[in-house]
Design a protein around this ligand. Structure first.
Ligand code: PMP
Length: 359
């Protein structure tokens, strides 16, 4: 077996130790005579797994007790719809900051069920940066402000989060657990699991419990946060396998020293790659320096032909998942928690050689 250096944007590479542990428990877990996938979600054995996943996330992110942690389905995309349905009361509006593909999808979805205000858009600047303080045109009476803290496609992130007087809601799909954050600054945080948390088919929602009471009475039961809080994510059959993997990922991260420790490694990984990109005119970052993502590093080569060759030759060398998103082109390396420093060093070594022969 040869495992490649995997720079996919999501689903993405996972810690090998987690895959091995899952493999060793695939046929039977904890003396039950069955696989996690064959177990009732209502059994005490599965409840212990669920509790392990929830408490792992709570510890790693230092989540205060007044927040609920939910494991839902429908990906981060369903949250684009659930957030306005639950948090924006009839006749009210919400602020949306358009930093790229994902933030604009959230905005578009919010407009289907009510009023939403575009507080800022980076579209005219090709989504090359996040806004500066003072650029946001927030409504004083908005129900919340929605941001995407890290744009997976555009490769930009909020290094500092905005100060808002209304509740802050954040899509952290592509950077959750990669950096320390003060959860109490947010009213709701959500993330699709398939980058830093586990497999796809699962979304994590962390929200102030009191916000769940806002949903209008005609909100479908399944789409109310209050339903999932009351039932501890077991109103319907949850993604039991996904929750199990989240538990293993949390355990692996805790044994590595937690988010503080992984953040240092993540900063070093991104620094090594950006340093090389900035080192010659052959590579070009389309992103303003202060807004550069540590999780999704995007860059261009002198021509699209060279970009195609780069991706193809990298693949042959065992470096996969480097093609930029189809909507923007170019190159993208996703450097999630499970991507090692060694993988980044292999990538930069390959890049130096590519530049030497093609530059
Ligand atoms: N938000 C961000 C920042 C994302 O990167 C993605 C998926 N790549 C989504 C939302 C959508 O997530 P899902 O596919 O889980 O619905």
């Amino acid at each position: 077996m040869t495992r490649v250096y995997n720079f996919n944007a999501g689903p993405a590479t996972m810690p090998l130790s987690v895959l091995e542990k899952a493999q060793s428990e695939l046929l039977e877990i904890a003396g039950t005579g069955m696989s996690v996938m064959e177990m009732s979600h209502r059994s005490k054995e599965f409840q212990a797994i669920y509790d392990g996943a929830e408490s792992g996330i709570r510890r790693l992110m230092e989540i205060p007790d007044e927040y609920a942690v939910l494991f839902l389905q429908g990906g981060a995309s369903l949250q684009f719809a659930m957030i306005p349905m639950n948090l924006r009361r009839p006749g009210k509006s919400a602020d949306y900051v358009d930093t790229g593909s994902w933030a604009s999808k959230a905005f578009k979805e919010a407009k289907t069920t009510g009023s939403a205000n575009l507080a800022w858009s980076g579209k005219a600047e090709n989504y090359s940066r996040v806004p500066k303080t003072g650029e946001l045109q927030l409504l004083p009476e908005a129900e919340y402000v929605h941001i995407c803290t890290n744009e997976t496609i555009g490769g930009i992130r909020w290094a500092q989060f905005p100060e808002t007087r209304t509740p802050l809601v954040a899509d952290m799909s592509s950077e959750i657990l990669s950096r320390t954050i003060d959860v109490s600054r947010f009213s709701l945080i959500y993330a699709g699991a398939q980058k830093n948390l586990g497999p796809s088919g699962l979304a994590i929602v962390i929200l102030r419990r009191e916000l769940a009471d806002r949903a209008p009475a005609d909100t479908p039961i399944f789409l109310r946060y209050s339903t999932h809080i009351e039932e501890r994510s077991m109103y319907n059959t949850p993604n039991t396998w996904g929750i199990y993997i989240v538990k293993l990922i949390c355990e692996a991260l805790e044994s590595q020293g937690g988010v503080r420790q992984i953040q240092k490694i993540n900063e070093e990984k991104a620094a090594r790659l950006y340093r090389l990109i900035d080192s010659s005119g052959f590579w070009r970052s389309p992103v303003e320096k202060e807004s550069r993502s540590l999780m999704n590093v995007v860059w261009r080569l002198p021509s699209e032909i060279l970009e195609e060759q780069f991706v193809a030759q990298a693949k042959k060398a065992g470096l996969v998942g480097l093609k930029g998103h189809r909507s923007v082109g170019g190159i993208r390396a996703s450097l999630y928690n499970a991507v090692s420093l060694e993988a980044v060093d292999a990538l930069t070594a390959f890049m130096k050689e590519f530049e030497r022969t093609n530059g």
